[in-house]
Structures are given as structure tokens and as C-alpha cells.
Design a binder for this molecule. Structure first.
Ligand SMILES: [Zn+2]
Ligand SMILES: [Zn+2]
Length: 420
């Protein structure tokens, strides 16, 4: 059987730093036994969309869940947010019908996962709402691990558990705050208990622990909605102004946002102005058969055709890929070409999100140290969602040797194990 622990928001550097201080003995033992590697996530690097590669083997845009808030213009500007108490079950409904989930391949138990299609046991994450209000994230993760332990001896082929404390406490107090670090240590203790229990029970298992995205510290919150309004657009957004206006702004993880235009002929003008704003990093614009990539005054184009992708630098080199400019390459070649740049897997990830009919006409990401939303209670001290390497790179730990480049490959691995 497989036990998959999704340690939401866990960062490789923090994990390694704690290991060097010998504060995570059980995770260290796991790494000695199997191994650890770093993989790239999917864009947007946000809870929910970034869980999809593990569960479906596909990127977020290909699953038609391109954010935690989105608009579907083809359905009369239908808008969706997963950030409320009533969101349970909605991702299962929104997920493309043709997408197969890992839970359909073996009897599965889903503990607190937002996506559960095909699972036999579904324990909904209702406690998230209470934990948000009462700050009981550590207690909630402990409950998740207790349920995981119980499920491991009940004949399931896969037990999939979402642990939220690292992400939530990093948002609230900072990535390296005492509170966030205590969530890493709690994970370590529970992994030790779980493995001792499984060993004593004689349950043959593979344990995989992975994160959906990294995080970075945020000190300045720019109000993207207000900036778009100042450009002269009547603007709608969650949660206050649900009237769609001329432009609807839908943020994800607070470092990324979709912008949907009534009149798409006005999107290029807005994109040009957006990339001059302080705190904005990349501005992506849906063009005619290609995607415009802007960063400050720099401009390039991304296009895709039949499984191959091209990056073409026009003025400057926004994605730091000058030497590959103009070449048509496959997904693996682009992964290798982009891995050491500030935007790992950028070319493939930009193409995949715009494949979704629910993607904005313009997508923006925040620069390092900034995010795009002022209205967040409590205030966020860390954010994610962008294509930057601090958000895109995630740790993967496994009790058996496992080397993956993208988080989608974890799905492929689990599928092979479950079918063996
Ligand atoms: Zn997350
Ligand atoms: Zn988060």
C-alpha cells in the first residue's frame, strides 16, 4: 500500500536546514532508507491546483482548475472560489470529466483532501474553517495523522492525507517562524509514530511525503484590484465586489492573479501598464496563437504545437532563456533548459495554464517580497502562487528510491505501484 502525505507549503531549504540541526530525526531516517529529491510543481503554485499533478498526473490548466478563484467566460461569466466553507466537493465537480484520478485505481482513503473523486473514504476538510478562526492547525494535522494511522490497517491501497499546518502557519507567522517550524517538527514526530506502528503491524507500505509548492516572505501587499480600477476599468473581485465589471480579478495564493476582460481588445493596453507597476513580476497575455510574456520592459513569446514548445525573445529576455530562443523543444528538454533559471519549467507551465478555457486573458505574478492582495485576515507574511523558483520547487521524500522531475511523475510512480 501507499501512504501519501501532502505537506502543504513545505520548503526544501527549511526542511534541509532543520535536518542539519538534527531536528527531524524521523524524516532523516526516511531519507536514508529511500531518498529525497526536488521536483517542479505546476502553475499556479497554489493549494488545490498544485495538488492536481499528484492526483491526476496532469497540470492544473489541463484539469480546468487554473486557480483557487476563476471565471468561466464560456458559461456566462460563471465564477468560482474554493476559499469558503461551502467549497467542499466543488473541485471534484469542476475537474475535467475525462481526467482519471489516482483514487480510481485502487480502494483509497482521502483525509482532508480537497479533491477526492473516486475515493472510497472521504474525510472532508471542514476543520480548516475552524482552524482558520481558532488557529488550531497543529491539532488539526495531528487529527489527520491519527486518521491516517487508522486507515493504514483497513485494507486501502492508497491513503492520501493533506496536512495544512506548515502552509497556514507560514502564511500567518512567516516561513521560518517558530510556529511554522513547529509544524515541520510535528510532521516528523507523526512520521516516526506512523512508521513504528506500520512496522509493528506488519503492513508493507511505501511512504511518500511531498509538498505542492514552496513559499516566500511577503512584506508589501499591493492592491491589484485598486490598480486596475485606477487604469479606468470597472473592476470586480472576490469577496466584496462580485459584480463582474469590465475586468474581473481572481487571485491565487496571493502571488498570482487571473484578469478576465469583457472587451479583450483592451487587455494588451492593460498588460503594458501592469508590467510597469512596482511589485509586479511577470505579465502574461493571451495572444493570437501565442502567449506574450512581459517582465518590466522585456518581451518574449511562448507558443506550443503538438507537444513541442517555443520561446522567442523579442526585446530583452524575461525568462532568462536567450540561448534557447526560437527553438522548438519537447517538455523534457524545456524542463532541463529552465531548471536553473529563476522560473523553473516556465515555458511548459505558461503554455499549460493558457490551455484552460477558465484561464484569464491576462495572468500576473508578484515580484519577490510582494503579493497582490491587501484583504487577508490575518495578514499574510508569506505567499505563493507564482512561477518563481521559491514557489515552483518542492521536496519529495520517499521510503524507496524515487527520482522525479515534476510532481506529475509522482502520479505515474503511484500508478505503477498500485497496478503491480
Ligand atoms: Zn498549498
Ligand atoms: Zn498557502
Amino acid at each position: 500500500m501507499i501512504v501519501f502525505l501532502l505537506a502543504d507549503g513545505m520548503r526544501t531549504d527549511v526542511l534541509e536546514w532543520l535536518m542539519r540541526q538534527r531536528r527531524l530525526p524521523n524524516l532523516e531516517a526516511l531519507v536514508r532508507e529511500g531518498g529525497m529529491c526536488t521536483a517542479t510543481s505546476t502553475f499556479p503554485t497554489t493549494t488545490g491546483p498544485a495538488h492536481l499533478p499528484f492526483i491526476t498526473g496532469r497540470f492544473a490548466g489541463e484539469c480546468e482548475i487554473p486557480g483557487i478563484r476563476w471565471v468561466d467566460k464560456s458559461r456566462g461569466w460563471f465564477s468560482r472560489t474554493y476559499v469558503n466553507l461551502l467549497a467542499n466537493g466543488k473541485m471534484d465537480r469542476d475537474l475535467s470529466a475525462e481526467v482519471e484520478t489516482i483514487f480510481q485505481l485502487a480502494p483509497s482513503a482521502c483525509i482532508f483532501s480537497h479533491i477526492t473523486r473516486g475515493a472510497r473514504l472521504k474525510v472532508p476538510p471542514f476543520g480548516h474553517f475552524f482552524s482558520h478562526a481558532l488557529n488550531t492547525w497543529l491539532e488539526f494535522d495531528s487529527l489527520g495523522m491519527r486518521l491516517t494511522r487508522i486507515c493504514c490497517t483497513r485494507g486501502y491501497g492508497l491513503v492520501f492525507t493533506l496536512l495544512s499546518a506548515i502552509d497556514e502557519l507560514s502564511h500567518r507567522y512567516g516561513c521560518r517562524s517558530r510556529q511554522a517550524l513547529s509544524a515541520y517538527e510535528l510532521l516528523d514526530r507523526w512520521v516516526g509514530r506512523l512508521r513504528r506502528y506500520l512496522l509493528a503491524s506488519g503492513v508493507e507500505h511505501e511512504l511518500i511525503i511531498a509538498s505542492d509548492h514552496g513559499m516566500s516572505s511577503t512584506s508589501v501587499h499591493i492592491d491589484l484590484v485598486r490598480h486596475v480600477r485606477r487604469m479606468g476599468f470597472r473592476t470586480g473581485s472576490y469577496p466584496i465586489s462580485l459584480r463582474k465589471g469590465e475586468v474581473f480579478v481572481a487571485e491565487s495564493g496571493n502571488s498570482m492573479a487571473h484578469l478576465y476582460f469583457r472587451d479583450t481588445s483592451r487587455a494588451p493596453e492593460a498588460a503594458e501598464r501592469l508590467c510597469r507597476l512596482e511589485g509586479i513580476d511577470l505579465v502574461l497575455l493571451r495572444g493570437d496563437g501565442e502567449i506574450e510574456v512581459r517582465r518590466g520592459g522585456e518581451l518574449a513569446y511562448v507558443s506550443s504545437k503538438g507537444g513541442r514548445y517555443r520561446y522567442e525573445a523579442s526585446s530583452g529576455d524575461p525568462l532568462h532563456l536567450q540561448e534557447f530562443s526560437g527553438r522548438w523543444l519537447g517538455e523534457d528538454a524545456w524542463h532541463a533548459a529552465t531548471l536553473e533559471t529563476p522560473y523553473p519549467d516556465s515555458v511548459v507551465q505558461i503554455a499549460q495554464i493558457f490551455r484552460s478555457r477558465r484561464c484569464g486573458d491576462v495572468v500576473v505574478t508578484a515580484a519577490c517580497g510582494y503579493d497582490l492582495r491587501t484583504l487577508e485576515i490575518p495578514e499574510h507574511r508569506a505567499s505563493h502562487g507564482s512561477l518563481r523558483r521559491e514557489h515552483m520547487l518542492v521536496p519529495v521524500l520517499c521510503s524507496s528510491p524515487l527520482k522525479v522531475r515534476r510532481t506529475t511523475e509522482i502520479y505515474e510512480h503511484m500508478r505503477r505501484v498500485l497496478r503491480a
